[in-house]
Design a binder for this molecule. Sequence first.
Ligand code: PMP
Length: 402
Amino acid sequence: MFDIQNIRKDFPILERTIYGKPLIYLDNGATTQKPRCVIEAMTEEYLNVNANVHRGVHYLSQQATELHEAARETVRQFINARTSSEIIFTRGTTESINLVASSFGQAFLRDGDEVILTQMEHHSNIVPWQLLQARTRIIIKVCPITDDGRLDIAALPALFSDRTRLVCCTYVSNVLGTVNPMADIIRLAHSREVPVLVDAAQAAPHLPIDVQQLDCDFLAFSGHKIYGPTGIGVLYGKERLLEQMPPYMGGGEMIARVSFEHTTYNALPYKFEAGTPDYVATTGLARALDYVSALGFPAIQAHEQALTSYTREQLLTIPGMRIFGPSDDAVISFLVGEIHHLDLGTLLDRLGIAVRTGHHCAEPLMQRLGIEGTVRASFALYNTTEEADALVAAIQRVRQMF
Ligand code: PMP
């Protein structure tokens, strides 16, 4: 059973009040709150274990290394990667995608080669490809979306050519809540021998991911959006591709031997992990993934999807309500009448409700929708129908003020 009141007790911050009102935190798409077990695991490591990992002969260093490598194994199991050498720790989704753009770009992309993105990508899956364009004149093609906020899959096959080298696509839209048919997209790309990078920043917290079943070539997600700490994220990559890609950054950890004449690189995954890793954050991330796994995705999905569709129905009873996208999963973007998204967000905040407003780092999507921004309510496993009701009541109140 999914005991929401017990679950909420695991998240100390949910007891806070804001302007004297109970906090209603509906900004989980931006970042999630942390359960006590994550905070305690990291505190415990700082209090009792802290030492730099790898190559240390002393006890603490070995203990820290064991925790760090155990965390990698936890991530491997969480996404069912074949081997832990395919799990690269990064600072987050953004760094993971920049790593691929830079390193895969250097290895495989030449002037005139093509990369397919979609109209609903986050800036972090657009700008790294534009940065690459400054070095290699790749061509960026964009898969359009339909008016109801889904990928126009029918338009996808025509975007491929014999110069297509990579497809980069978000699994779940952080604005529209669309869950894209990732397995179909990957099958289509593979039928043309094109690898696929999956931005799983908004997918990892909400649906089970099996990279072998998906057969994706790269997959990125952030720890902080899945109840883990900030500053840590994951890049999964198929060993076969990672082996052929050059290092992203140079420094300690990523080398085998260094001389001024000739330097050789470390094996995977360390080749892509220059410098001291955030080994405390990896412990925190592993605890967060364990927490999610213990609850289980069947229960999490049932709860979040019921909550999302309930909230969507209730919101649609408000006159002037416009919802953007299908809100398949945990994200509802909307505007109400002529009220500016910023005004609505600010007034909701005064009532203790945290939502996000603006373009949500998806300006090309806003251009497609013909708007400047939206108000976005995004849910996590600890949100309740009472909170959804409070959101709807608060929007009604704001409407009356206008
Ligand atoms: N992709 C998507 C779909 C996102 O929602 C986000 C975060 N809003 C990112 C990428 C970037 O994640 P991060 O800032 O943690 O690197």
